[in-house]
Design a protein around this ligand. Structure first.
Ligand SMILES: [Fe+2]
Length: 451
């Protein structure tokens, strides 16, 4: 009997429907011209259930989608399930407590980053997975046994030192652990940090001298987690919203906590220091998951200022358009940025009786307050915009924005490269690809990271 659409969860409909085929394609069709200085891979992961079903948007198995660009050519496109135990042993019982505590049981579905010659595919409750430059899985990474608990999907790489700053949040104590990994990929600092409880801490922030933890009221309910009765995480009105600032080489006793108005932040855009102040540009929600698993108001760009001298915090809304997945140039992570870019979420076209999605990229000039938008056009939606500087880039926004765009008019996707300076709707180049389901984060990784 055919499956009724109303039986299919919303996150598995449209371009959320899973892809089961692993493609290896060359001879790709390119429109426009691929910038000749690009030599590397754009790789993005997402939640793509191997069985075809997942009961939550975050629960699907990681599938990486990589495109290899060099010499102005698109050499190949490959999509691969990350070979976690959920793929290599599909009969595994994910509800078994022993399985739940096994740190190799990652879904590898949230982010891809290159560091110290390794391509890492990450999910926030387990070890990272390493893949090679051909998109094959190497295996889980525990940093020579030093990593024994969860590792975030959003580590930050310092552009000045090359070190990777990271954390792991856990439903069981210690609820927060800080990690510093040297530029050559060694875990050199592990520090337990005291927070108020088992919160969902998705991302964090670095500056030249500090890291900033986000201890916010999305709190795990252990009772629900154990019984499977409802979503195990929700909004707790009584849990304070706090950001904690710690020196990069610091310890738990050195964390300075700043209380904020109730809020949630999945993704900061960037943060930096100005004298004794920490400036954080973030996509702020008033709350998340207050009444249900889909109870989430739109996020907009805010600036939080934390004064290390006075202990005071200041919050200012910078924009009112709904966006997510913000990025800045990798060379400015933790340093003062002028420009940020985010995925637009708010556009819909009514076509007859149906609603057609329409996406784009919003660019923020955080110095002047100006914004500019790329519109992908009717029925076209894209993911997180990743900025890559052009050769001999002379200005911060002199470069490219890249992502996968899904076109529902042809039920297929494209790799697109847009001009970040002009924000022209017309791409510099597009590469025709098969349908790439909606996903989460990714990166451009230069060929120096993986051959
Ligand atoms: Fe994320």
């Amino acid at each position: 009997m055919a499956t009724m659409m109303e039986d299919v969860p919303v996150h598995l409909r449209g371009n959320g429907r899973p892809e089961s085929v692993e493609h290896s394609l060359s001879n790709l069709t390119v429109k426009g011209s691929l910038p000749p200085e690009l030599d590397g891979r754009y790789i993005r992961t997402g939640a793509n259930p191997f069985t075809g079903y997942s009961d939550h948007p975050f629960a699907g198995d990681g599938m990486v989608h990589g495109i290899r660009i060099s010499d102005g050519k698109a050499e190949w496109y490959r999509n691969r399930f990350v070979q976690t135990p959920f793929i290599t042993n599909p009969d595994i019982n994910a509800a078994d407590p022993a399985v739940m505590m096994d740190m190799t049981m990652s879904k590898a579905n949230t982010h891809v980053m290159g560091h110290a010659g390794r391509l890492l595919v990450m999910e926030e409750a387990h070890f990272p997975y390493v893949i090679d430059g051909d998109m094959n899985t190497v295996g889980p990474l525990d940093f020579d046994g030093v990593l024994t608990s969860s590792f975030t999907a959003h580590p930050k790489i310092c552009p000045e030192t090359g070190e990777m700053l990271a954390f792991g949040a856990s439903v069981i104590p210690p609820h927060l652990r800080y990690y510093r990994i040297s530029a050559d990929g060694k875990m050199v600092h592990v520090e337990d940090i005291t927070i108020g409880g088992p919160v969902m801490m998705h991302d964090f922030n670095i500056t030249r001298n500090h890291v900033i933890f986000m201890d916010l009221p999305a709190v795990f309910d252990m009772q629900k987690a154990m019984t499977g009765d409802g979503m195990p995480i929700g909004w707790d009105e009584n849990y304070p919203s706090r950001f904690g600032v710690m020196p990069r080489d610091g310890n738990d006793s050195q964390v300075k906590w700043f209380e904020l108005n109730p809020c949630y932040v999945f993704h900061p855009m960037n943060s930096y220091e100005e004298g004794d102040k920490i400036i954080l540009d973030v996509l702020r929600y008033d709350y998340v998951w207050r009444d249900s698993a889909i109870d989430m108001p739109p996020a907009a760009l805010w600036r939080f200022t934390l004064d290390l001298t006075t202990g005071q915090s200041h919050e200012q809304q910078l924009d009112d358009v709904a966006t997510e997945f913000p990025r800045v140039a990798e060379s400015l992570v933790g340093l003062k940025h002028r420009y940020g870019y985010a995925m637009r979420l708010d556009d819909r076209d009514q076509i007859g009786d149906s609603i057609s999605s329409r996406g784009g990229i919003r660019k923020y000039d955080c110095e002047t307050g100006a914004t500019a938008d790329i519109d992908y056009g009717p029925g076209r939606t894209g993911g997180e915009p990743v900025f890559v500087p052009s050769a001999n880039s002379k200005a911060e926004d002199d470069g490219y924005l890249m992502t996968y765009v899904y076109d529902e008019n042809k039920d297929a996707s494209e790799f697109v490269i847009m001009d970040a300076a002009s924000m022209d709707n017309e791409p510099i180049a597009t590469v025709d690809l098969p349908r790439i389901p909606n996903g989460f984060h990714g990166s451009w990784t230069d060929s120096s990271v993986a051959d």
